[in-house]
Ligand binder design. Structure first.
Ligand code: RIB
Length: 312
């Protein structure tokens, strides 16, 4: 199994249950407030380790209670956190509303995540040299994400970008350095400026990213599963049917599971089946890292993915 490196954010999630996502100007009564370890980067590192990957993380937390909780959570999953520094600043914080339909909306205060800069990446260059896959999201400074993509490509590393939250603009020349991108439908629209509402539109728009140079585009479509587009091929992988209570971190679990499966030498199709199964369990439980399944749970529920051969 090859190594995985996550470069990204760590946030403490403040989750408010609401009857519906508030409209502009509306005041709502929330039901309760819960705190969970989260952050897209940390969730992906946690998920990758829980699902059996060999994972290190580069990131930053504050020298506060939240920072300690987040580091402890990652360590409990088996993530190497020696690349997560503690800085004089508040740990990243996410305010999350979850509604009665288990949908959410999230506002992130980046805090310490802003300290993951190019200099810090240079200091930890050995982490990049030692890995096969680099997994990135967009909750640390965008300049750093772009720097890591360039550096990773120079060092012949494989790059998996989860473009969340979607950047306002993205340098065109970087697309050809990305092996896999995992946007949801909204992020796909933001990245390309094109509508991606129907399955046909999603496939057409994903092909635009392929033409810009991304090798594999995997669009996550919530309870409808995921669509893989590479070149002229497009394959839809339906998700298992489950009763969702909270979709927070489902995309993170999906992205991490794809990386883990590929690090074990599985095909991209096998990786997406495994990712759909893993993410479908995560939505049945509340919270971010608290919802992420272990490898054993995924295998108990869906059979041994490592023996599945699905070349659709
Ligand atoms: O993807 C879910 C994550 O997004 C949450 O854990 C929150 O911290 C935000 O970063």
């Amino acid at each position: 199994m090859s190594r995985l490196l996550v470069v990204g954010s760590l946030n403490m999630d403040m989750v408010v249950s609401v009857p519906a996502i508030p409209k502009v100007g509306e005041t709502l009564l929330g039901r309760n407030l819960q705190k969970h370890p989260g952050g897209k980067g940390a969730n992906q590192a946690y998920a990758a380790a829980s699902l059996g990957g060999n994972v290190s993380m580069i990131g930053a937390v504050g020298k506060d209670e939240h920072g300690v909780t987040l580091l402890d959570s990652l360590k409990s999953a088996g993530v190497d956190v020696s690349g997560v520094k503690q800085v004089d600043c508040n740990t990243g914080l996410a305010i999350i509303y979850v509604d009665n339909n288990s949908q959410n909306c999230i506002v992130v205060l980046q805090g310490a995540n802003n300290y993951v800069d190019e200099e810090y990446i240079d200091e930890l260059e050995s982490y990049i040299k030692d890995t096969e896959w680099i997994i990135l999201q967009m909750e640390i400074p965008q300049k750093t994400v772009e720097y890591v993509i360039r550096k990773g490509a120079e060092l012949n590393k494989k790059i998996l970008l989860n473009p969340a939250p979607a950047p306002e603009s993205f340098p065109e020349e970087l697309y050809k350095m990305i092996d896999i991108i995992t946007p949801n439908e909204v992020e796909l629209e933001s990245l390309t400026g094109l509508p991606a509402k129907t399955r046909e539109q999603i496939i057409e728009v994903a092909k635009v990213l392929n033409k810009k140079g991304v090798k594999q585009v995997i669009v996550t479509c919530g309870d409808k599963g995921a669509i893989l587009v590479n070149g002229e091929n497009a394959v839809h992988f339906p998700a298992p049917e489950v009763k969702a209570v909270d979709t927070t971190a489902a995309g993170d679990t999906f992205t991490a599971a794809v990386a883990v499966a590929l690090s074990e030498g599985k095909t991209i199709n096998e990786a997406i089946v495994f990712a759909n199964c893993s993410a479908s369990i995560s939505v049945t439980r509340p919270g971010a890292q608290s919802s992420i399944p272990s490898r054993r749970e995924v295998e108990e529920m869906f059979g041994d993915m490592s023996r599945k051969k699905l070349d659709a």
